[in-house]
Write a protein that binds this ligand. Structure first.
Ligand code: COA
Length: 238
């Protein structure tokens, strides 16, 4: 059994706090932040990456500015330098909310989405998801279809993000249960490059009524604990 932590992070920070975040980011992160046109998006990117550094630094016993990153074959960010292979982690953000997953001995993926009206949910699902998922979603009542669609979306994204495959694994190559069913991996065909076989643990995360979120850990019966960074978290960046 693997132990995993998931952190919920509030990204709505003051100007002073954002400046504090900036001090721990590296040149690549600052350059990526600068590419956002809207100041609010720029601030959230800086905040989410500073929060990621804070959580990883705490786990690794280093300073936030000293955490080193690399990118895996499918684009998944991973630890580099002395901490290479020490843990797997994953980040997701939606609006002012971020989720950060951390697991020592298993791959982890997290995904959070804001639930919003989606009139073409079934068309999008039919174009991207697996046939068994689409037929279950088609039976959902119209009052809950947005919730089921985004719940399903986060389940699939969390699995894909744990794998690290990014856009290279077609989403119809595996299927997950559809809300309100509890989350689980149902069919794990994968493809020649991305193999999903073996046990998985999927859990929903409570991020408030306006969001849905899933964590996926590639291990049987993972012990997943939930945490929330305190409101003054940027003060702890050093
Ligand atoms: C990157 C990706 C995996 C997730 O993106 P998203 O859901 O738009 O955004 P999230 O906020 O949940 O996740 C973004 C974070 O995931 C991480 N990430 C990037 N590439 C990743 C990969 N290949 N695997 C795992 N994590 C990845 C990064 O930390 C990134 O944060 P950053 O951009 O601030 O550095 C997505 O672009 C993707 O490739 N999805 C493939 C599946 C798909 O098409 N899904 C559609 C509906 S199911």
């Amino acid at each position: 059994m693997s132990a995993a932590q998931v952190w919920i992070v509030d990204l709505a920070l003051s100007r002073d706090q954002i400046e504090r975040c900036d001090r721990v980011l590296d040149a690549a992160e600052r350059a990526r932040a600068d590419r956002f046109l809207r100041p609010a998006d720029r601030a959230r990117f800086r905040a989410s990456h500073a929060a990621l550094r804070l959580i990883l630094a705490d786990a690794l016993g280093v300073a936030p500015a000293n955490v080193e990153f690399a990118v895996g074959p499918g684009g998944k960010p991973e630890l580099a330098g002395a901490a290479r292979g020490a843990a797997d982690f994953n980040l997701s953000h939606s609006g002012a909310r971020a989720l950060i997953g951390l697991a020592r001995d298993a791959a982890i993926g997290v995904d959070v989405e804001a639930v919003r009206p989606i009139p073409d949910a079934l068309r999008i699902a039919a174009a991207h998801f697996a046939a068994d998922e689409v037929s279950t979603l088609a039976r959902a009542h119209r009052n809950v279809i947005a919730h089921s669609f985004f719940g399903l979306w986060t389940r699939k994204e969390a699995v894909v993000k744990a794998l690290g495959s990014g856009l290279s694994l077609p989403l119809d190559r595996f299927s997950v249960s559809v809300p309100p069913e509890p989350p689980r991996l149902m069919r794990a065909a994968g493809d020649a490059s991305w193999n999903l076989s073996g046990p998985w643990s999927l859990e929903e995360l409570d991020c408030g009524a306006a969001h849905v979120a899933t964590v996926a850990v590639r291990s049987a019966d993972a012990d997943i604990t939930r945490h929330r960074l305190a409101d003054d978290w940027p003060d702890h960046l050093g």
